[in-house]
Design a protein around this ligand. Structure first.
Ligand SMILES: [Zn+2]
Length: 453
């Protein structure tokens, strides 16, 4: 049974047997109900069957609550089923061929191969995590390089006034048509005033990050965080002058681009030291996402996408924050459409050169969201029909959790399938001879998507 996979440590025997009983009973109950039910209803995923699976999954999730991993897969599943995202994202995670690969990475974690990957940084919860992790590493290396060469970092936040009914796509705008935030940024950086500011304060480079939150009172709060990298340290008095000039210029550019005039309070500029740090540029919304459970948002600061997705899968969190399910879904759909094609990170041209030297092999979002097969080992195969069921159930993230439990690996997955998807028991391939045969076929195959065993 699933049992061995759930208990967390070998010391906690009591806890373990409690969990074992729970899952055993849940599975037995399910089997009985299933048998009773078989005559009347052929659908093996009828409600009676679903309950014990649900119970066991709840258990797995509770035991591993700190990990955001299964949340992101659950969220993706809901986004896909409700068609809240584009077609490309709706296909993310689906089997690419007859077999889906269960691989183990260097951290002994389960990595899944031969599935579709959408590489959407804004709207796919699963790909976003992978891409952001990669970009964090990139940023941290660039920052180290910048500091080593004696540059200073100043962080500015660019905002605009917004209301509940403002449309996000209009707010984001476009640099081509000089509208919205992207247009305003173009007007800002192309202006002769900016060139003057650049030379007055010895600004050499910048990195711009887009971020957005949603407030139930004031709507979308889209904004830029920008690191300005200067050759010299600016004293406090001069920072005030710099901030004043930047705000004035941003204000003018925003109005030209059709945005509401930003408030002076909404513009912030400060020295960014290593203590401030931990790559706040990208990490700010990550850490907040972990704290949403049980915490009521005041509605002013707004929810980031991690929190919105959390509420999508968690009725209690939604109720605690008095957010309606339909409102939430509509907003997430609007956001996905509005941010499509928008860059997460933008480097100034001069910084791009430095980045290219540091990273001669530029990693695209696609590279970051795909698994590097060379760093993994093939452990088992799913038949695509079985994988499809698991994907449809939204439990792919849980498989990863189960795999990690007590380092049980493949054995845990097999037990889980046998307990809850007995009809698919043959659809999981673990014997080494077949796996080797599969690998050989894949190596020699001209059409790498197909292997017949
Ligand atoms: Zn994706």
């Amino acid at each position: 049974m699933i049992t061995g996979t759930i208990a967390k440590s070998q010391d906690s025997r009591n806890e373990r047997s409690e969990v074992q009983n729970y899952a055993n009973n849940a599975a037995k109950k399910g089997q009985k109900q299933h048998l009773k039910h078989q005559d009347t209803k052929k659908d093996e995923y009828s409600k009676n069957r679903e309950n014990p699976l649900q119970e066991a999954l709840e258990l797995v999730r509770k035991k591993e609550q700190k990990k955001v991993r299964s949340n992101s897969y659950q969220a993706l599943n809901i986004l896909q089923k409700n068609e809240l995202v584009s077609e490309r994202i709706q296909n993310c995670g689906k089997p690419l061929s007859q077999y889906v690969e269960g691989r183990e990475n260097k951290f002994k974690e389960l990595a899944i191969g031969k599935i579709e990957t959408c590489s959407s940084v804004h709207s796919c919860p699963v790909c976003r995590n992978k891409i952001k992790t990669g970009r964090e590493e990139e940023l941290s290396m660039i920052e180290k390089h910048i500091r080593k060469t004696g540059y200073q970092i100043y962080m500015a936040t660019f905002t605009a006034r917004h209301g509940l009914n403002d449309d996000l796509k209009t707010i984001v705008g476009s640099s081509k048509t000089s509208t919205g935030f992207l247009g305003s940024w173009r007007i800002f950086t192309k202006s002769h005033q900016y060139k003057k500011i650049k030379s007055d304060f010895a600004i050499e480079h910048y990195i711009r990050v887009t971020e957005d939150t949603l407030s139930v009172k004031t709507g979308w709060h889209f904004h830029f965080h920008v690191w300005f990298i200067t050759k010299k340290k600016i004293n406090n008095h001069a920072i005030n002058d710099w901030a004043k000039r930047m705000y004035k210029l941003w204000s003018k550019s925003s109005v030209k681009a059709g945005l509401k005039k930003p408030s002076r309070m909404g513009f912030d500029l400060r020295l960014w030291t290593e203590q401030n740090n931990e790559n706040y540029l990208l990490k700010s919304d990550w850490s907040a996402s972990k704290e949403i459970m049980g915490i009521k948002n005041d509605g002013k600061s707004g929810f980031n996408i991690y929190q919105l997705e959390r509420m999508l899968i968690d009725t209690e969190a939604r109720q605690a924050n008095e957010i309606g399910e339909n409102f939430l879904k509509a907003k997430i759909k609007e956001r996905s459409k509005a941010l499509k094609g928008t860059r997460l990170l933008t480097y100034s041209p001069s910084l791009r050169d430095i980045r290219n030297k540091l990273f001669p092999k530029d990693k695209t979002d696609e590279d970051l969201s795909h698994m590097d097969v060379k760093e993994t080992t093939l452990k088992f195969l799913f038949g695509s029909k079985l994988y499809w069921r698991l994907w449809y159930k939204g439990i792919i993230g849980d498989l990863k959790t189960m795999y990690a439990f007590e380092k049980g690996g493949v054995e845990n997955i097999v037990q889980f399938i046998n307990a809850f998807f007995p009809d698919y028991s043959k659809d999981i391939v673990t014997d080494e001879i077949t796996l080797r045969k599969y690998s050989l076929i894949m190596e020699g195959s001209s059409s790498p998507d197909r292997a017949t065993l």
